[in-house]
Each structure stands twice: as C-alpha cells, then as structure tokens.
Design a protein around this ligand. Sequence first.
Ligand SMILES: Nc1ncnc2c1ncn2[C@@H]1O[C@H](COP(=O)(O)OP(=O)(O)O)[C@@H](O)[C@H]1O
Ligand SMILES: [Mg+2]
Length: 259
Amino acid sequence: MKIAVTGKGGVGKSTIAAALCKNFFAKGYRVLAVDADPDANLALALGMDADAASRLTPISKLKSLVQERTGSQPGVYGGVFKMNPRVDDIPEKYAVDFNGIRVLVMGSVDAGGSGCVCPEHVLLKRLTSHLVLKEDDIVVMDMEAGIEHLGRGTAGSVNAFITVVEPGERSIQTFARVKKLASDLGVERVYVIGNKINDSDDEAFILKHVGEENCLGFIYYDKAISLSDRENTSSYEASRTLKNSIDIIADKIISMVKN
Ligand SMILES: Nc1ncnc2c1ncn2[C@@H]1O[C@H](COP(=O)(O)OP(=O)(O)O)[C@@H](O)[C@H]1O
Ligand SMILES: [Mg+2]
C-alpha cells in the first residue's frame, strides 16, 4: 500500500502522515515513512527528538552516494551521468528505525531553473519510483503540493493520493491544483482529509468544495496537537482526537485498497 500526503504548507501533512504511520504500525503492518517534503519535518512529527532528527542526512545531500550511483558530481549541471542509477538497496541502508517505523528523508534538490535535470534529481525520482513500485512495506510519503516529479508510472501506482485541507479557500485551491497535476499524471482520484475542523460548518464547507465521495474524514482542531509540536512530542500519542480520527481513516484506506 502506497500513500502520498500532500497539501499547502502548515495544513497538517506531517502530523497526519506521522499519525497514519503509527496507526498502520499499531495494526501490525511494516511501515516506511518517507519525508519527501523539502521542508522536512516528518521525523519530528513522529516524535523523534530534534538532535536525532537533525542527524538524519537527506539522501540528496549524501554527495558520495549521489556521485557513486549516478557517476557524476552533485551540483554540476550539464555533465554526463547515468539516468538509471541503482537505488534498490538505498531504503535498507539509509532508512533509520524509530520505534519500529523506518524513516527515510529524501531531501531537497536545489534545481537551477525549471526543467533542470541534475544527478540528485534523477536519483530521488528513481528512488521514489522504486519505493512506490517495489517496496513491500506500507509506504507513507509526506510531500509538498507539487507532485509533478512523481512521473506517470509512479503516480499511477500510488494507492491513495491524499490532500490535507483546512476549512479555508487557500487550501481548497491547493487541492484543486493537486487534482489537476494528478490528473495530468493519470491519477483520477485525489482524496481529502479535512484538518483543523472546528464545527459542522467547517465540515460542510469542505464537503461542498471537494465532493463527499472524495473525503476520507475530518480531524478536529485540538490544542493537544499544537502543544505537542511546541513540546516536540508525537501528536498521535498526545491527542485522542487525532488518534481516533486517524484510526477510522486508516481503516477506510485499507478497505479501499483491498477492494
Ligand atoms: N488538528 C489540529 N489541531 C491543532 N493543531 C494542528 C492540527 N493539525 C496540525 N496542527 C498543527 O499545525 C502545525 C502545522 O502542522 P504540520 O503537520 O507541521 O503541517 P505541514 O506538514 O503541512 O506543514 C503544527 O504546529 C501542528 O501541530
Ligand atoms: Mg511538514
């Protein structure tokens, strides 16, 4: 099962991706948590302490790895390098276990202008497609809203594309954009989780804009979640609201994928 969590910055992607990881793990699945957001904070959301999280080196920053696999110098544009670097051993070698959940940080690529193809980019793209197509564990990817780099074949094999939205116009716009990008990649359905909900008006606002059939559920605003961020602890453990809602949403995803 492969799940991609997207959405506007600050909407709750990492909180929700981490909660899904913990819930699947509690249900007995092996889980690989992939931080594919350049603004990486999934490890923290899982409850890893800041020191340990800062020691997780993103794959794109492992210069010797990028060099060894692509045959090129990172950061050098226009050079000759392999377009099909070996990646199959990377999850096993570079994912770090945290309380039973494996965590892999992809890192960002400083692209020199649009359409840039650099070795780090090629390696990340190939690694992503390997994770989606070949990895046996449940893979939960915490992503930014730009999903173009997934590529057609890879995107088509993601079982659930989830956009997290808040009850506000801006994150709904992001949903519309993700839906369009996904459709360009051959993905018909983008699911929504409504987050930071305060009341039934908020729920109705989201349902009206995204369509009831696309909504996996709602997570209410809970002070315990934002406090856990401040204290750098796992919000899944801190918030009953989050735990209960995610439990139902995770079951929905599992049954969706089985059918
Ligand atoms: N349902 C919620 N209730 C209260 N605070 C929330 C909720 N969901 C997320 N937050 C808080 O919002 C902030 C952004 O969440 P985060 O998961 O880091 O967003 P993203 O990964 O999309 O940038 C964090 O401080 C988090 O604790
Ligand atoms: Mg995040």
